[in-house]
Design a protein around this ligand. Sequence first.
Ligand code: SF4
Ligand code: SF4
Length: 252
Amino acid sequence: MSTLPDFSDPRLPTLVVGHPGIMNFRGEEIALPEELLEKAMEELECLEEEVESTAPYPDFGRDALRRVYAIVDLVGDAVGGGMSCRPGCSACCRVMVATTAGEAVLMGDKIARTPSGQQSVWKRSIGERNALLDDLASKNTPPSDLTVFGGLLATCEMYERENRPCPFLGPDKLCGIYEERPLLCRVCWVLTDPVDCEPGQGPPVKFRTKVFEKAHALCGKISVIHFGDARVSPIPYWFRTEDQTGSKSLES
Ligand code: SF4
Ligand code: SF4
């Protein structure tokens, strides 16, 4: 049995927990890998116990986050062929991606492993995006705090209207930190026409399962326990330099 999502339903920015089957905008049925989903849930639950019972330790946090990513990626690989997303299709890389502290550490590790010329390009772009983010946040009353979820929610639509690509999106429309991209970039699976992801179009209908919800919560928990940091911020915000923050940044 399959269920065709009501693509015109504005209440459906995300879909679908528990549907027996789904279709994409091309009318192709996507078989949900139920066993894989169950196994992924079990693995995430086991990992959560390990995360909670291990003494705070950033290297363990790094490893735990990569294990979360690996579990989610397996699900993504199983359904990816039915999704609209393809390499080089990158309209989604202009939205405000909320990331936890631990995920930012992994991204920072990737930046540190990258040749200095590319690092300089990214740093310039990061600086521009952060100036924009601060400007937009200051338009709210009171100004939005971009280290908490509410502040991101209050600012994300304004940011997306500016249509600025992520600092890590290359001129080839590929992600420059692909192997360390944060969770929300890994689960941005869309069933509708990619044109719905373009500015002013959509909204796109996204494929979601309880696995993604669980993984999202676990990334937050890992960041709190093993990196001692409960903040949630847009990607560029984690890499503000001293002159932008007046305080210690992840780069230093
Ligand atoms: S989320 Fe949208 S823009 Fe991004 S890869 Fe998928 S279809 Fe393309
Ligand atoms: S980290 Fe990569 S996938 Fe995520 S928004 Fe940036 S360029 Fe896109």
